[in-house]
Design a protein around this ligand. Structure first.
Ligand code: ARG
Ligand code: GLU
Length: 712
């Protein structure tokens, strides 16, 4: 009796309420934003959604770009001036930094256009329009064809659609699947290739708090950098040319200097990378209990090795800074994600929605079957290929392959040998004698975890070999005896390399280890993964369609205008998210205020800890109260649903004016990629006034302030 009541409740919730758990947060398609208009107005927006996305007239979408390959930026002047995050421009700032001009440490600001620094390879992508092409993509796709035929038909249709939209123009395009292939969108872009670095704060402002503060609130990081887009005389994209002119955007954002209060409406337009809100409980269980923990464990090992090395000297701290930053970013996010999923009881919530779903046994079977392959893939990336030693071994393996293959011409082979020789010579001549210890430890420690946690049960050849010695000694020996541990020998071998040398290489200890591991992975696991993932994808397509149908059926009985509905997962295409400035309670008894000020920078100051050094110049600005008209705010939080890729996104107010640059999320809310919670999830925004304060008073680049349009 008890049981049937519980089941009955589940049943009801599965039918009518499973949608509502997705309906919090939201990354909306700009072209379909009309359906959110009423909700946005209710939350405080004063402009219309047409001012955000319009194909005929200039709208905010003309001011928002994909910066590089994974960040967002926005135009802020009629001369193509672009704001993004410091961590998004980091690579370019580093490339332009030398001992004499250390822009990374000291900051940089061009006082004239001539002083702006070209960034070859950096692109800025500006959406021209997007269009629902579902019917065209699915033309000829019937229920009687196989999944394979379906895929090839869809690919063929997509190719035609993109060709039609871009042929004979300077536009480029792609089609992306939404809802696992229940909807398709065409995106047509212009790609700008002459982008120049204009300004950057010193690292102890742009990266203040470093990895310690990363993913955390309260935050005091001045995470911004400034670029400019250049074009030909027709205002069109062009390769770098010193005679190119600043781009005149159709629309640029005005900047608001007004005070912001708790509850104020904000919205964000940008390029969120990936969310996975439709995952089943099986997938969430794997992430929470297997994948994230394995990743965290492996990265903890690597970070410990780097940290010990960094403590040896300032030079070493710098040497490993960027590796540590990128390893620590995911490492910390996953820890927050696991905590958040557990806190929200995400697995149980999903299970409740899944009661009576007839597809669940199929999902379960596929996840059970796929688990081993997924973990193998994870270990290959996070352990096996995490040391330089194994990455170099993989390059040697390709060389062996080429040498052995009769179809490889001598010329092709020589080109590859030269490349590898130059690359490895530079590597060994750099700092191998001191780096060797770090790299060998990373290799031994990650391989030991790989062996104990996975390989022991899945690679018989390794188990047979590791019998006499300890696991660590086994791997340490491989490192010791490999030719890659002997710079002179490997350089000489490559210098005088003959095709038949591959036989000698083949007997190397590193090759003997990696070859069978990668062999199994490439020849069998990858194929299994591809097959299973394709089956899962089809299943998710059907499952998501059921959700969508369910939602539409129930829509009539709900006040749709107040329910902003369902949104497709983020896929690195332009989206709009909106919410309000709001504090949050990270745990019982604690409330975090919604903004920070420069006083917090002074509180965190510690001249002995690199990440918390504060320059005298900033202290002077603060203590002399030289902050007008910008004030002392540094950052604020709001309920906007964002993810990786949203870095640098404009955060705007109810009138569509720029009030900040999105740069992070709170640690307690990083599970929002899987399950958003309006009480716990916050996006972290750099207050644009702090950015202007630094440009004006610290970098003294009045020339840039004059270009901006400030709203008081
Ligand atoms: N957590 C932010 C993001 O996901 C910022 C990362 C860069 N900053 C750092 N200290 N590693 O990209
Ligand atoms: N820092 C992230 C980025 O580079 C944004 C933070 C997030 O994941 O929300 O895109």
């Amino acid at each position: 009796m008890q049981k049937s009541i519980i089941l009955f409740t589940f049943f009801i919730s599965a039918i009518c309420c499973n949608i509502s758990s997705f309906a919090q947060g939201g990354m909306w398609l700009p072209s379909e934003l009309d359906k959110n208009q009423k909700d946005m107005r209710t939350k405080g927006m004063r402009i219309s959604t047409k001012e955000i996305y319009d194909e005929q007239n200039a709208s905010i979408k003309d001011a928002v770009v994909l910066f590089g390959r994974g960040c967002t930026g926005e135009f802020v002047s009629e001369k193509g001036l672009l704001f993004t995050n410091h961590h998004c421009g980091y690579g370019e700032i580093v490339k332009h930094s030398t001992v004499e001009h250390d822009y990374l440490t000291n900051g940089f600001a061009a006082k004239t256009l001539e002083e702006e620094l070209p960034c070859p390879g950096l692109t800025v992508t500006l959406l021209q329009y997007m269009k629902d092409v579902t019917d065209e993509v699915l033309k000829g796709v019937t229920s009687s064809i196989t999944e394979k035929e379906r895929k090839s038909k869809i690919n063929e249709n997509i190719k035609n659609i993109v060709d039609n939209a871009t042929k004979g123009t300077n536009l480029s395009g792609y089609v992306k699947a939404l809802y696992y292939g229940n909807q398709y969108m065409l995106y047509v872009n212009k790609i700008y290739k002459d982008v120049r670095l204009v300004a950057a704060p010193p690292s102890n402002i742009g990266k203040f708090g470093g990895d310690t503060d990363n993913w955390m609130w309260p935050r005091h990081t001045g995470d911004f950098s400034v670029f400019r887009v250049y074009v030909d005389e027709n205002n069109e994209p062009a390769e770098y040319n010193k005679n190119n002119k600043p781009y005149k955007p159709k629309k640029y954002l005005k900047i608001s200097l007004k005070d912001k209060q708790e509850g104020d409406f904000t919205f964000v337009m940008g390029y969120p990378g990936t969310t996975q809100q439709f995952l089943t409980s099986y997938a969430v269980e794997d992430i929470q209990n297997l994948e994230d923990p394995a990743r965290i464990k492996l990265r903890t090992e690597r970070l410990n090795v780097y940290k010990d090395a960094q403590e040896e000297s300032a030079a070493k701290r710098l040497r490993y800074a960027s590796e540590v930053a990128s390893i620590a970013n995911g490492w910390k996010k996953w820890q927050g994600e696991v905590k958040g999923l557990k806190f929200l009881n995400a697995i149980q919530k999903k299970q409740q929605q899944e009661v009576n779903n007839p597809l669940m046994p199929q999902f379960k079977r596929l996840y059970d079957e796929n688990r081993k392959y997924k973990m193998e893939q994870l270990y290959i990336g996070e352990a096996v290929l995490s040391s330089d030693f194994m990455l170099h071994t993989r390059r040697l393996l390709s060389l062996i392959d080429l040498s052995w293959n009769e179809a490889t011409t001598d010329e092709t082979l020589q080109i590859e040998i030269d490349k590898l020789y130059n690359y490895l010579s530079a590597y060994y001549d750099n700092d191998f004698s001191s780096h060797r210890k770090v790299d060998s430890m990373i290799f031994v420690r990650t391989m030991t975890i790989f062996y104990n946690d996975f390989a022991k049960d899945n690679y018989t050849f390794l188990r047979t070999k590791i019998k006499q010695t300890s696991v660590e000694d086994y791997f340490a020996n491989i490192y010791q005896s490999s030719i890659l541990n002997n710079p002179n020998k490997i350089k000489k071998l490559l210098k005088d390399y003959k095709r038949t040398n591959y036989k000698k290489l083949f007997k190397d200890s590193a090759i003997e280890l990696l070859s069978p591991i990668l062999g199994q992975y490439i020849n069998s696991t990858q194929e299994q993964l591809a097959q299973n993932n394709s089956k899962l994808d089809s299943l998710y397509r059907i499952n998501t369609k059921n959700y969508l149908d369910d939602y539409n059926r129930n829509k009539q009985s709900q006040d749709v205008s107040m329910n902003n509905g369902i949104f497709p997962d983020a896929n690195l295409t332009l989206r709009v998210t909106y919410g309000n400035i709001a504090p949050f309670k990270p745990r019982n008894g604690v409330t975090y205020r919604h903004y920070t000020t420069i006083a917090g920078i002074m509180e965190k100051e510690d001249p002995n800890i690199y990440d918390y050094v504060v320059e005298k110049k900033l202290k002077d600005i603060y203590y002399n109260n030289d902050m007008a008209p910008y004030g002392d705010r540094v950052a604020f939080i709001a309920t906007n649903h964002t993810t990786g890729g949203n870095s640098g996104s404009p955060v705007m107010d109810a009138d569509g004016n720029l009030i900040g640059l999105n740069f992070d999320r709170n640690w307690e809310g990083t599970m929002s990629d899987i399950l958003y919670d309006k009480d716990l999830c916050r996006n972290i925004t750099l207050d644009v006034r702090y950015c202007l304060l630094i440009i004006d008073k610290y970098l003294e680049a009045n020339n840039l302030i004059e270009e901006l349009e400030l709203v008081k």
